[in-house]
Design a protein around this ligand. Structure first.
Ligand code: S3P
Length: 178
């Protein structure tokens, strides 16, 4: 049954904020993948990367998605790298709706510039790097997603409403998504 909502997109695209809003407004159970992994490993993502490497972290993401596929009515805020393993995309598309939240590199930079928990940006906290990585990743996000929603200059409530409306439309007319 396809009813979980998976939010994908670049770091700083607004996945956590929108997921929280979907929990509050639509009573979905919220799963923050990064937070859950940190809790289980009892260390921040940056230390997981340092001590065990990125491949280990990516395996934890896949394992967690496999577990989540068995639950209903979740909203899952995915880590920004989740759609770049095809097995992850298969799991998400089988068990839910994959929503790609977009933002311009400028918006992302403004949202993430003062945070220090993202190992991929830690030594690259600048607009050209963000622009380049986002460009590299765009195709992967688009290919994984059922629905694409812009977050630039919009309130979380408005984005949630659009997501729910477009999921309903897609359920009624599957040819509208993708
Ligand atoms: C990553 C994004 C991060 C986190 C990790 C790797 C990525 O999550 O999973 O630092 O590869 O884009 P957010 O997108 O929630 O920042």
């Amino acid at each position: 049954m396809k009813d979980t909502i998976f939010l994908i997109g670049f770091m700083g695209a607004g996945k956590s904020t929108v997921a929280k809003c979907l929990k509050e407004q639509y009573g979905r159970r919220l799963v923050e993948m990064d937070q859950m992994i940190e809790r289980r490993e009892q260390m921040p993502i940056s230390r997981i990367f340092e001590e065990n490497g990125e491949a280990y972290f990516r395996q934890l993401e896949t394992g967690l998605l496999e577990e989540l596929a068995g639950s209903r009515r979740l909203v899952v805020s995915c880590g920004g790298g989740v759609p770049f393993r095809s097995c992850n995309v298969d799991i998400m598309r089988r068990s839910g709706w994959v929503i790609f939240l977009t933002a311009t590199p400028e918006t992302v930079y403004e949202r993430v510039k003062n945070s220090h928990h993202r190992p991929l940006l830690e030594k690259n906290m600048n607009l050209p790097f963000i622009t380049g990585l986002m460009e590299e990743r765009r195709e992967g996000y688009e290919a994984a997603a059922d629905i694409q929603v812009s977050t630039d200059g919009r309130k979380a409530e408005e984005i949630c409403e659009e997501i729910i409306k477009r999921i309903r439309e897609s359920e009624e007319k599957p040819e509208l998504s993708r």
